[in-house]
Every structure is written in structure tokens, then in C-alpha cells.
Design a binder for this molecule. Structure first.
Ligand code: GLN
Length: 468
């Protein structure tokens, strides 16, 4: 048997077996993946990701298999085309083994909003993996794949990466094409990468980045060879420490772990400077206005005519719309559509949406002022470790508040990475978030790589693929 086929078969076996416990995949396409493995085996072209198995979040379009966004409304939707990132992965020889579970339409922080069941955290099966890219994070954490794609609108890569003890980067807005990413909040959405190691992340980010004619918001900025810059010196890099963000609401163990991580960076040559981000406290309010406003507009297209599911037993058009959306969307998606419609309605537009846009601009200045003093900023990725399944489902506000450290990067369009930096007493992963200025992915990856080399975390999650 060919080598690539043997490898992919093993990955598929692991994915299928562990999926019974984790529910990390919505689709595992064995037939497609094995055919692809055979094609690659005979191909004279060896791309940068030749034969590398990759999992892709199920809001990224794949033409050969369904793309559901973990929603009933798209349960059987098969796109006509591949997302640009998928095309780029395929062009470099990657093997996409399946599509990962997520919060419906990427709305959530725990993966409990999937229409197709929760995902379990490989470190503790009674806990959430984070969200919305919980399936991708769990698949990487359990060792099924070394890399997976996710999307991040307000933290959906960084927060699950933190909860699952893996690396996860959200690039600068415009770094990666959104063509073929099902839209949630178009001014916030970015596709990014989960990896077992920083190098895994760098390898894939390098492939998927760059200007795309089919996404007018993708930027014409040269893509560095991230992998070649990983080992560059980090001496003298100025790390901003926003002390005021290490206060109320932050779990004591997470706090001390991140403070230790900052000291660790100092011990390998980074310089620590105190900074202030006085407006960051408005991030959650601004985010949940802008994200819901954009979502309410983007999700108007699911009307039972153009895509996927249509309710049965309907007798006229309006009723068909109502019933399709009533049956097709889950509770959180409906909540967001209502919130978004409200903040955009003529009577409240100025008070909410327009105001939020103004504060968004002020937040940008806040960060630019901070980046005069430092190269990067370190915060916790999440105020707590992975919480228990069901713990926050009855309290949407508590769920929203857990995004306090991540949403601002999307509002101001800057990149951020979550780096595993410790375990709690209960043995749950803790992640630090490193934020940088526009286009600083290379620096973020370099810092992440240095931390990984000098302060590695040896522990493995409870659910882990067998030894090779
Ligand atoms: N947790 C945030 C939300 O629920 C972020 C989601 C995301 O990044 N897709 O909107």
C-alpha cells in the first residue's frame, strides 16, 4: 500500500474512533480522502503540504462534501465551489479528511450551539472545548490531525485553542481570503489556523495567506515566509503588559499563570513595559452590537429559496419564510438576528449601531497608542479555563462576557495568537494571548515558537490517539 494512503487511513481510523467520544467532526469523508491520497502518491508535484491531513471547520466551503455551519438550515447544503483557502491547501498537496463541528454559524464560545451535538474537550470530557471552532480545536488537541482551519469573528480560534491546549492564530483582517467562508460578521471574520506546534501553524498560514481577487477585503500585502523566520531572535522585543486587565473577573490561577509567562519571556530576553488600554472594557458591548448587526444582515439569505432547508407543509410565501427560519435556526442564532435587527432599526440605529462604530474607531486609536510603546501585548486568552458543559447555557450574558479578551482584536483588525502556557491544578490548559499590530503575524509566531521551545508543556490530554 502506498505511504500516503496508509497514513491517511490511520488518521481516518483515529478520527472515526475518537469522534464517538468527542463529536469533533460533522463529516469524515473517507472515500474522498483515500482517493485524494492515491492521487497524491502518483503525482510528480510535491507541494509544501504534500500528504498532510487537515481538518476544516464546517463553515468553509468544500465542493465535494456538505458544508453545514452546524445548522439545520444548511444540513444538506453542498457548495458549488471551494473556498480560496481550500483551493490553496489542495494546491500544496494537503488532504482534507473532514469538516469539523462548531457553534451554529460560528455563534458561541462553547460549541454547545451546534445543531448536531456538543463537542467534548479531550482534556476533560465533562467540559466544553470552547467555541465556536470547538471541533477543530478538539481534533488537534486529541492528536487526530496536526493542523486544522477555523474562523475567528470574536475569538473563535484563540479561545478554543486556549481551552484545548493547542496553538491558534487569528490573522490580521485581510491577510487571508474570506471567499467561501460562510459570512457571520463580515468586517470581523478571518480564517485562521490551529496547530499542535507553532511550526504547524506557520506552515499552513503561509499557504493560505495573500491577496485574492475574489475577496475585495483581502489585502495586497506580501506574505512573509513565516516558517523561515520562526527561529529569529526575540531579544529586545517589547512586550506590553496591560496591568489593569488583570483584575476583576479573572480567575486567580489563570492570572498567576499569565503573569509567570510574561516573566518567562523576560527571562529569555524580552523587555516588559506597562501599558494601558482604557477603552478595552467597552469591547464586549461594541462587539455584540456590530457582530449581531452584521449577522442579521448576512443571515437574511437563508430564506428557504436560495439555500438548503425549506419547511414543509406551507401554503404561501411569507409563511414559508417564517417556518423555514423558525425550524432551521437554533435559539442563539435567532437571538442574534433579533438583537442585530434591533440595533439597526431606524429608531435605535444612532443610539446603538452608529455609537458602536464610533467606539470601534476609538478602540483602534487606543491600540495604536499602545503600539507606540510596545511591539506586542500579552493578556490571558480567556478569563477562565474550560468551563463545564451546561454551566453557562442558561445565561447568554455570562457566555458573552467570557470573550472579553478576544473580541477587541477583531474590532480593530489586528492579529492574535493563543499560546499554551500552563495547566491549572485540575490539569486543564491555560492559554496566553499575544496581540500584535497589523501584519505582525511573523513576530507573533516567533514569540510563540520561542515560548514553546523554552517552556514546553509536556502533558497530554486524556483522550489522545494511540502512540505511533
Ligand atoms: N464567542 C464569540 C461569539 O459568540 C466569537 C465567535 C466567533 O469568533 N466566531 O460571537
Amino acid at each position: 500500500m502506498s505511504q500516503i494512503r496508509a497514513k491517511i487511513e490511520k488518521v481516518l481510523d483515529n478520527a472515526e474512533r475518537l469522534n464517538e467520544v468527542l463529536n469533533a467532526f460533522l463529516t469524515i469523508d473517507r472515500e474522498y480522502a483515500l482517493k485524494r491520497a492515491d492521487e497524491l502518491e502518483n503525482s510528480p508535484i510535491h507541494g509544501k503540504l504534500h500528504g498532510v491531513p487537515i481538518a476544516v471547520k464546517d463553515n468553509i466551503c468544500t465542493s465535494w462534501t456538505r458544508t453545514t455551519c452546524a445548522s439545520r438550515i444548511l444540513a444538506n447544503y453542498r457548495p458549488q465551489y471551494n473556498a480560496t483557502v481550500v483551493e490553496k491547501l489542495l494546491a500544496e498537496g494537503a488532504v482534507i479528511i473532514g469538516k469539523t463541528n462548531m457553534d451554529e454559524f460560528a455563534m458561541g464560545s462553547s460549541n454547545e450551539n451546534s445543531a448536531f451535538g456538543i463537542v467534548r474537550n479531550p482534556w476533560d470530557l465533562e467540559r466544553v472545548p470552547g467555541g465556536s471552532s470547538g471541533g477543530s480545536a478538539a481534533a488537534v488537541a486529541a492528536g487526530i490531525v496536526d493542523v486544522a482551519l477555523g474562523s475567528d469573528t470574536g475569538g473563535s480560534i484563540r479561545q478554543p485553542a486556549s481551552f484545548c491546549g493547542v496553538f491558534g492564530i487569528k490573522p490580521t483582517y485581510g491577510r487571508v481570503s474570506r471567499y467561501g467562508l460562510v459570512a457571520f460578521g463580515s468586517s470581523l471574520d478571518q480564517i485562521g489556523v490551529f496547530g499542535r506546534t507553532t511550526r504547524n501553524v506557520a506552515e499552513v498560514l503561509e499557504v493560505i495567506s495573500g491577496r485574492d481577487e475574489r475577496d475585495a477585503t483581502s489585502a495586497d500585502v506580501p506574505v512573509p515566509e513565516y516558517t523561515k523566520q520562526l527561529d529569529d531572535e526575540i531579544k529586545g522585543v517589547k512586550i506590553g503588559f496591560p496591568r489593569s486587565l488583570f483584575g476583576e473577573g479573572l480567575d486567580a490561577e489563570v492570572k498567576s499563570t499569565i503573569e509567570q509567562a510574561i516573566e518567562n519571556f523576560a527571562s529569555i530576553g524580552a523587555e516588559i513595559v506597562e501599558i494601558d488600554l482604557p477603552l478595552l472594557k467597552y469591547g464586549i458591548a461594541v462587539y455584540y452590537i456590530i457582530a449581531t448587526a452584521e449577522a442579521s444582515s448576512n443571515l437574511a439569505r437563508y430564506d428557504g429559496v436560495r439555500y438548503g432547508f425549506r419547511a414543509e407543509d406551507v401554503h404561501e410565501l411569507r409563511q414559508m419564510y417564517y417556518k423555514t427560519r423558525e425550524e432551521g435556526f437554533g435559539a442563539e442564532v435567532k437571538r442574534r438576528i433579533m438583537l442585530g435587527t434591533y440595533v439597526l432599526s431606524s429608531g435605535y440605529y444612532d443610539a446603538y449601531y452608529a455609537k458602536a462604530q464610533k467606539v470601534r474607531t476609538l478602540l483602534r486609536s487606543d491600540f495604536q497608542a499602545a503600539f507606540q510603546k510596545c511591539d506586542v501585548i500579552i493578556t490571558p486568552t480567556s478569563p477562565t479555563v474550560a468551563f463545564r458543559i451546561g454551566e453557562k447555557t442558561d445565561d447568554p450574558l455570562a457566555m458573552y462576557l467570557s470573550d472579553v479578551y478576544t473580541v477587541t482584536a477583531n474590532l480593530v483588525s489586528i492579529p492574535g495568537i493563543s499560546v499554551p502556557c500552563g495547566l491549572s491544578k485540575e490539569g486543564l490548559p491555560i492559554g496566553m494571548q499575544i496581540l500584535g499590530n497589523y501584519w505582525s503575524e511573523s513576530l507573533l509566531l516567533r514569540l510563540s515558537n520561542a515560548y514553546e521551545l523554552f517552556f514546553p508543556i509536556q502533558a497530554k490530554p486524556k483522550v489522545w490517539v494511540e502512540k505511533e
